[in-house]
Ligand binder design. Structure first.
Ligand code: FES
Length: 166
């Protein structure tokens, strides 16, 4: 009787020991993963600052939105010029929408409106949208470089790299 009782106790002991060991191992693994995560900074994956945007013949007169979501850029062909327009509202940085029926960009946050050219005309936006550098590479492809910004209010929209003649 006492042998049976003793063997049960031993079995229970090893069972508890196994559970405790598994719990301890899981806790150690959790701590190790936290330490690993802590040792790496939060990386903010920004859109690419440079991209190729096809060839000029791909664009029709008006606003092309194919690079809006991936790169934050509207490609606009207007009166013989093709330019890369930033989609960041100059008021507080919201993303306006292009309204083709009204031929304007309209910011959903506080109502700023911009003409197709990027010039602001309503709402609290203090200045026009910005344009990015746009050039043709050796293969005739359009290269947009968001590290170079051209502002209308500084007279920079006349700069030869702020548009392509099309
Ligand atoms: S952020 Fe666009 S109007 Fe305020």
């Amino acid at each position: 009787m006492s042998d049976t009782r003793q063997s049960l106790n031993r079995r229970e002991f090893f069972s508890y020991l196994s559970v405790a060991w598994i719990a301890f191992s899981a806790a150690c693994a959790g701590l190790a993963s936290l330490a690993f995560r802590f040792s790496y900074p939060n990386v903010n994956f920004e859109p690419e600052m440079e991209f190729l945007a096809g060839t000029p013949d791909l664009y029709e007169e008006g606003v092309d939105e194919r690079y809006k979501n991936g790169y934050g850029v509207w490609m606009v062909k207007l009166e013989g010029k093709l330019f890369a327009l930033s989609n960041i509202c100059t008021h507080l940085g919201c993303i306006p929408n292009w309204l083709p029926a009204e031929l304007k960009f309209k910011c959903p946050c506080h109502g700023s409106g911009y003409y197709m050219s990027g010039i602001n005309f309503e709402g609290p936006a203090p200045r026009p949208l910005e344009r990015y550098a746009i050039t043709l590479n050796a293969e005739g492809k359009i290269k947009v470089d968001k590290t170079k910004v051209y502002r209308w209010e500084k007279g920079q929209w006349d700069h030869p790299n702020s548009y392509l003649t099309v």
